[in-house]
Design a protein around this ligand. Structure first.
Ligand code: SF4
Length: 364
């Protein structure tokens, strides 16, 4: 029982205001709340239909734990969950720093991945938010999540009103755009939910038209089997031949569907996390050729090259593959001797294949 002198817990509305304040103080750019106990039935049905149509492509993990993605109050997430707090972290949109352009190597890297590995930094901020939420009532449980559980993250973000789902499949926050990462705190605390925001794409189709691989099956629906991020980050295999030319233009991920979006037209400050996302100084001293040599007997050490950056996810062979394709695309005939050596001697058949493709392209 509560002692007479103890303050009573905040109401659901007060809890919302307190969470908003704390999230802003921690550097989150936007925050919203959805009810956790209303399952994502329509969103889940669309997700299942996309899986049935094979739009997950080679990303088999998207088809795993399918039921867990529907709800948040399963034992695998948080028993008794009432609210999902969704918070965004803006990343850097700039093409110049202190009057100098982004290093050439980093220009081939998606903006969210040009700096340091952001997971720990965001996880720490989400943990602090979760710790704060636990103080808002007796026995309140709160679990922070960033890339840690199979949830329909963008669907929750849309329900929490932090933005609307654009035709490019990304969450767009009005006045802030889409250059942001999402994190969640799932909690047993009752918090007044936000209202979803109306979609504001209108007649625009710029992202669908600009995509280098025509990866959108239709508005709002991405075919992961055609997405450049899939073939430069997520899978170890060689990209399909019909996509190879377009994929070769990127080293790690792709931003085209964000670059053309009018909601991102205005460059905005990156905020509290700017130093995490600013291009890593490593990308100033390295060249594509250094990355292409990964895995050769006298090549650079993988840990020194990629550790502490998001590029670690692609693995050494994945990054060497991407770099070989990019060298072929760059049209630098001076890279031919190196590419021929890689095509002969690299231990990975995927990298040898990429180097052979680049040699053929440069020899045309
Ligand atoms: Fe929507 Fe146009 Fe932005 Fe695509 S580019 S997400 S259609 S506003």
């Amino acid at each position: 029982m509560r002692a007479p002198s103890e303050p009573s817990p905040p109401s659901a509305e007060e809890a919302r205001a307190l969470v908003e304040q704390r999230a802003a103080a921690l550097g989150f750019a936007a925050v919203g709340v959805a009810r956790a106990d209303v399952a994502l039935e329509p969103e889940f049905a669309r997700y299942e239909a996309a899986l049935a149509a094979g739009l997950h492509g080679p990303l088999a993990y998207l088809a795993e734990n399918v039921e867990a993605r529907r709800r948040l109050d399963g034992a695998d997430i948080l028993v008794g969950a009432r609210s999902v707090i969704v918070a965004t972290v803006r990343y850097d949109q700039r093409d110049e720093y202190d009057g100098a352009p982004v290093p050439a190597l980093a220009q081939g890297i998606a903006r969210y991945a040009r700096g340091r590995d952001y997971h720990n930094r965001i996880r720490k901020a989400l943990r602090k938010l979760a710790t704060f939420v636990r103080t808002l009532g007796d026995g309140v449980e709160a679990r922070p999540m960033i890339d840690t559980a199979p949830v329909l993250e963008r669907a929750w973000a849309a329900r929490a009103g932090v933005g609307f789902l654009g035709k490019n499949g990304l969450i767009i926050t009005p006045g802030q755009g889409s250059y942001a990462l999402l994190g969640e705190v799932v909690t047993t605390l009752e918090i007044t939910p936000d209202t979803p925001i109306e979609e504001r794409c209108g007649q625009c189709t710029r992202c669908l038209d600009a995509c280098p691989t025509r990866a959108f099956a239709r508005p709002f629906v991405l075919d992961a089997g055609r997405c450049i991020s899939t073939w430069t980050i997520e899978v170890a295999a060689a990209s399909p031949e019909p996509l190879r030319e377009a994929v070769s233009g990127r080293l790690f991920g792709c931003d085209v569907c964000q670059e053309v979006c009018p909601h991102n037209a205005k460059e905005r400050p990156a905020g509290r996390f700017a130093d995490t996302f600013a291009p890593h100084e490593r990308w100033r001293r390295l060249e594509l050729r250094d990355l292409a040599r990964l895995g050769l007997a006298d090549g650079p050490r993988w840990e020194e090259l990629a550790e502490g950056t998001p590029l670690f996810r692609a693995g050494p062979a994945g990054l060497a593959r991407n770099a070989c394709l990019a060298l072929g695309r760059a049209g630098d005939a001076g890279a031919l001797p190196l590419l021929r050596e890689i095509a002969r001697e690299h231990p990975s058949d995927v990298v040898r294949d990429a180097a052979s493709w680049a040699v053929a392209r440069l020899s045309r």
